[in-house]
Design a protein around this ligand. Structure first.
Ligand code: PBG
Length: 331
């Protein structure tokens, strides 16, 4: 006589690869993935980012090449970050139509039109000489409301350059409402706002600082969230939804799956998650040492983000995963 009752055999559904495939609850698909990319002013050739092996700072030309490849692979879109040659106190390059980010957006929109979702990072940190996400007061703190005015101008500049989606990532209070009003007033009612809703002050952004040549001294703890807090994200979500966010995002992703799950349960708009530079660097480093199987770890990390509730995932692995997707149905 069996020691196990007939209804207590979950292994039955794991017995063949075909059955596992049939009952799999979540699937990664290239269309749900966004590839973050960096474009740098004043370089003739791509520059490697040492803490993100395989990721580069692009020239305008090589960015188009990378975008062609991503599109051919079926990747859903790009999130574009600009790395300017010159920076100043108010981040002038962010609103200049000839600033590197806006030029790159215009290049991409001219070539790809509506075939690829074009997202722009809407934040001042890449463009300010102090490296903060906003403008500073006389005493050196980040001035929320003065920053909002810069974000409003930046949103319009990005929309005019051709962005379909703007992604305010500075965690200023009121940013979604101010950006929505500015876009609408300029006639860009169709431009989507992807709000960085729950964005934590994270050590996992470390390699990104190299990627954008950040000059930041200190930290972003007065505007980004405390990693110890979970309930606070419910408040950020409520505020972003009230202000008209079209998509909401949790960032980083892997270390914040509890927050992602909360947001996914309570949001009535699509939810994105950003697998950030440090999450990428961890996997790459361990894989280089032979300590982790790169492909399996990447797929599992993304599958977990999906399982926690993300509809859209921003990941530096987007093109890799799209290439692997056919055999992502693990054995
Ligand atoms: C702000 C911004 C950052 C990242 C995306 N947008 C840096 C920060 O907030 O310090 C980090 C992305 C990553 O680490 O991959 N412009």
């Amino acid at each position: 006589m069996s020691l196990v009752l007939p209804g207590e055999r979950p292994r039955r559904l794991r017995s063949t690869s075909a059955i596992r495939r049939l009952v799999r609850e979540n699937r990664l698909h290239p269309a749900d993935l966004i590839l973050p990319v960096f474009v740098r002013e004043g370089i003739e050739e791509d520059v490697d980012i040492s803490s993100m092996p395989g990721v580069v700072q692009h020239t305008r030309a090589s960015l188009l090449e990378a975008a062609r490849e991503a599109l051919a692979l079926g990747v859903g879109g790009l999130m574009v970050f600009g790395v300017p040659e010159h920076r100043d106190a108010i981040g002038s390059g962010a609103t200049d139509p000839n600033g590197i980010l806006n030029l790159a957006l215009a290049d991409l929109r001219a070539e790809f039109g509506e075939s690829l979702v074009l997202m722009a990072d809407l934040c001042l940190d890449e463009f300010t000489d102090h490296g903060h996400c906003g403008v500073l007061t006389a005493t050196g703190t980040v001035d929320n409301d003065a920053t909002l005015q810069r974000y409003a101008q930046m949103a319009v500049a990005q929309a005019e350059a051709g962005a379909h989606v703007v992604g305010p990532s500075g965690m200023m209070d009121g940013q979604v409402a101010v950006i929505r009003a500015a876009l609408d007033e300029a006639g860009h009612t169709d431009v989507v706002i992807l709000a960085y809703t729950a964005k934590y002050a994270s050590a996992y952004y470390g390699p990104f600082r190299e990627a954008v040549g950040s000059t930041l001294q200190g930290n972003r703890a007065t505007y980004q969230q405390d990693p110890a807090n979970r309930r606070e994200s419910a408040r950020e979500l409520r505020l972003d939804l009230e202000q008209g966010a079209d998509l909401v995002m949790v960032k980083p992703a892997g270390p914040y799956l509890d927050v992602l799950s909360d947001v996914a349960h309570h949001s009535d708009v699509p939810v994105a998650a950003y697998q950030v530079s440090g999450e990428y660097a961890q996997i790459e480093a361990a894989a280089q040492l032979g300590w982790l199987d790169r492909k399996r770890t990447v797929l599992e990390s993304l599958q977990s983000i999906k399982r926690a509730g993300a509809d859209v995932i921003l990941t530096y692995y987007a093109a890799d995963v799209a290439r692997w997707i056919e055999d992502s149905e693990s054995p």
